[in-house]
Design a protein around this ligand. Sequence first.
Ligand code: S3P
Length: 459
Amino acid sequence: MPALLVYPQTTPLRGRVSIPGDKSISHRAIMLGSIAQGTSHIRRWLPAGDTLATLRAMQSLGVLIHLHETEPTAWELTIEGQGMALAGAEGNEEELSPLVINAQNSKLETRNSKLNLRHAGTGIRLLAGLMAGQKFPSVLDGSEQLRRRPMGRIVTPLRQMGANITATDGRAPLFIEPAPLHGIELFMQIASAQVKSAVLLAGLYAEGETIIHEAGPSRDHTERLLAAMGADVQTHGRTVILRPGSPLQAVDLTVPADISSAAFLLVAAACLPHSHLTLNHIGLNPTRTGLLDILGQMGAHIQGENPHLTGGEPVSDLTIRFNELHSTTIAGETVVRAIDEMPIWAVATSQAAGISTVREAGELRVKEVDRIAVLAGELRKMGVNISEQADGFTVTGPTRLNGAEVDSHDDHRLGMSLAIAALLADTPTHIHQAGCIADSFPGFVETMQQVGAKMTWLN
Ligand code: S3P
């Protein structure tokens, strides 16, 4: 896997750029478009490692998906929805490297669809809910990294719904056999959109209503897209109620740019003197904007312009100007609303005056890697004063960072966080295993170069 060489940034970052589409929404658009009635059109869909794994899985289940590579990092898709009952096919166990649209692949009869979701946690967990409702068996699996992540959190509620699903020591591969499903009332113990969404997707196939009481404000893209497609889904405070029976209608959707990808440019501009960036069409779903609130508390200047809605999601252009940052403490709901931004926030805190702490963020330990331990270990190599707690970390700043040999540990958000830290260092940094950045942000390096950063791939 290629390494990334990043040079110290001696000039401000400037310009207006587009960021690739939202990963969470891109996964959901593929899955829900596949089981809708009619043809869905998805614009600015994200062709990243994770979302392509979901796309290939749905193609291999017989769903016809036409790809128009309008821009390298923003595709247009046409999905021929099959309705709720998928045909099932041979699965994509082998790497299907060239994406093939194969009309004959449609409606294949199969006994056992084996699906490879690679690194995609959202892909495997949401698809488990969807496959639990199908009339054919399936096996859901992924990379070694995905096989280390906990699956009990979806297996337990899906079993309560009647699903015949078995994990392997609480992890992937997941084995699913057809079984009749019924609605449940679920009191969630962790704030997880993946668990909530798996249960909602299974709920579409269940007899009776499904009621979910959330533990925290996890992202609600599934609810919004389901509602936009005609499902009977209602949210009252922290409770989501789904009544099955209304068939999903095809959707015409422009995917907002991913705020979790925009976060890397926002933090870079917040930390590099005289920087001034505008990022186009950023999704500002309130369940995702924790980092904007946190950076605001720390003194960053961020402004939204041109607000509008797409597919039930609020979107705005965001402008950020450099300003001195000061420390802050975060916990609770703010953490849930910024869970994927904690690694890049750690980089911001290294430049902020004072002691910054995050607590109640134990979920970071079960992401692509243990994002508390690995982040602390790699950032320390660059001179960051960071200490670990069981459920968070503490950073004392500001610190002048040093260049180093660091490693992403095959975690895309850690790779990009290290790249932004490297811009703040006084000597060049090598980031090993950086190819994984394309799991969520294809074109990251080109986008950074466009705003004046100096970084280059090494083979
Ligand atoms: C996601 C939910 C979050 C998030 C992940 C994407 C989603 O995970 O960290 O990157 O698309 O539903 P959890 O549901 O485990 O909190």
